[in-house]
Design a protein around this ligand. Structure first.
Ligand SMILES: [Zn+2]
Length: 411
């Protein structure tokens, strides 16, 4: 296989370069860091204090702090946010975004590399750098695989392929599932085909390893306050599963690329205030607020404090920390430090759940997890608090406990 001798090193080199690019600190305009704090009327030093570990309440002496733990082997981790799929299945905006992320190379070569590398890194059981391999390397006990319908942006990872991956014999190791799943919902032509979509969703949710619903309103430009989508929440209530919403902007569609009229409409797809009525209406449904309202484009739409307030107001709200803790967006954890302190102050630490959203590149699961652990250490989290964030808060809302052997015997 001469070809593979050429392709594999090329692939690995590019993948490593991409990973480095994703994690190298990039200076954010300082206003972006302060905007959150200013709106809280918190002094800017709060961030510094968090990083230095000063001003953080010290737990009683007999409690083990995460930073004092010798090894983290026993810390159970469930990653709420892992994508599978292939470069070919992505939408035009997703392909464009990823192609632009790679510097220098000509477009045809970038596309070739992305296509080839996705066959490894975005495949659940791909060789060398597959998702399962990467989870093993990162010591992630269970990955939550997401089926997604976002044809114009990140593309389609269908419900059928999700089930296929979950049922793969390689998913069970020592009686434990390595992956559980969240079902996407095909919302194309909703008014005419919602019955079919809800029937498919229900069928998918019957599967014992499908434990939630993943929605992609921002990626499809659906308004969060549009009541036509209520049947989805009703289905979630019927099956007793949580619903995941992306809350916060997306690097794929910037406000600056839209007209004034389009901006107003677009904001309804990701700002948390537009979801609040549904959270109120469906108090028997758990809403996972993905990315916690973080503004990835730094266009003045940060909602981290408001999202935390939402958890204070509604017991059916979970806060998911994925993506914004990476160096690319977060000066390597400053926002996370602030979040971890704030949720404790506000008494909603039991709602914070771990997710990475870091699929597609080698080592990224491990790197993201490392950043989160470091942040929790900086703000003096105890081992018990870290356990809540890394797995316990989330699996409490699942119909099965994926950390226990599967299939589960009813007691
Ligand atoms: Zn995602």
């Amino acid at each position: 296989m001469k070809l593979s001798r050429v392709i594999l090193p090329l692939l690995l080199t590019t993948s490593v370069l991409l990973t480095i690019a994703a994690f190298v600190p990039q200076a954010l305009p300082s206003q972006s860091l302060t905007s959150v704090l200013q709106r809280q009327k918190a002094p800017r030093t709060l961030l510094g204090a968090a990083t230095a570990g000063e001003g953080t309440p010290q737990p009683p002496k007999e409690v083990t702090l995460l930073k004092d733990l010798r090894n983290l082997r026993d810390l159970k981790v469930v990653d709420m946010h892992q994508h599978f799929g292939s470069f070919e299945d992505m939408g035009e905006l997703g392909k464009k975004h990823l192609t632009e992320e790679i510097p220098v190379l000509p477009d045809f070569l970038k596309k070739f590399l992305l296509k080839t590398s996705s066959k490894f890194t975005a495949a659940p059981y791909g060789s060398f750098l597959g998702m399962k391999q990467q989870n093993g390397f990162a010591r992630i006990d269970v990955g939550v695989m997401l089926s997604v319908y976002a044809p114009k942006t990140w593309g389609i990872a269908s419900q059928e392929s999700l089930i296929k991956h979950l049922e793969d014999p390689r998913n069970i190791r020592d009686g434990h599932p390595q992956f559980v799943g969240f079902s996407g919902v095909n919302m194309t032509d909703w008014d005419n085909s919602k019955e079919i979509a809800i029937a498919n969703l229900s069928k998918t949710l019957e599967h014992p390893l499908v434990v939630g619903i993943k929605l992609a309103f921002i990626h499809n430009n659906f308004a969060l306050d549009d009541r036509r989508y209520d049947p989805i929440y009703q289905t979630a209530a019927k099956y007793g599963v949580p619903v995941y919403h992306h809350i916060g902007s997306t690097p794929l569609q910037k406000l600056s690329d839209k007209t004034e009229a389009e901006r107003e409409k677009f904001r309804r797809t990701y700002l948390v205030e537009f979801l609040e009525p549904a959270i109120q209406r469906y108090q028997n449904v758990t809403f996972i607020l993905g990315h916690m309202g973080f503004d990835f484009n730094d266009e003045g739409d940060d909602r981290l404090p408001e999202v935390i307030e939402m958890a204070e107001r509604y017991p059916n709200v979970l806060l998911e920390i994925s993506a914004f803790g990476s160096c690319k967006f977060d000066q390597c954890g400053s926002y996370l430090d602030w979040v971890f302190q704030k949720v404790k102050q506000k008494g909603v630490l039991d709602r914070v759940v771990y997710g990475s959203d870091m699929s597609g590149l080698p080592l990224v699961y491990a790197l993201y997890k490392r950043g989160v652990i470091k942040s929790m250490k900086r703000v003096n989290y105890t081992v018990a608090e870290a356990e809540q964030v890394m797995s316990k808060n989330l699996i409490r809302h699942f119909k099965i406990d994926p950390l226990k052997p599967f299939p589960h015997k009813e007691t």
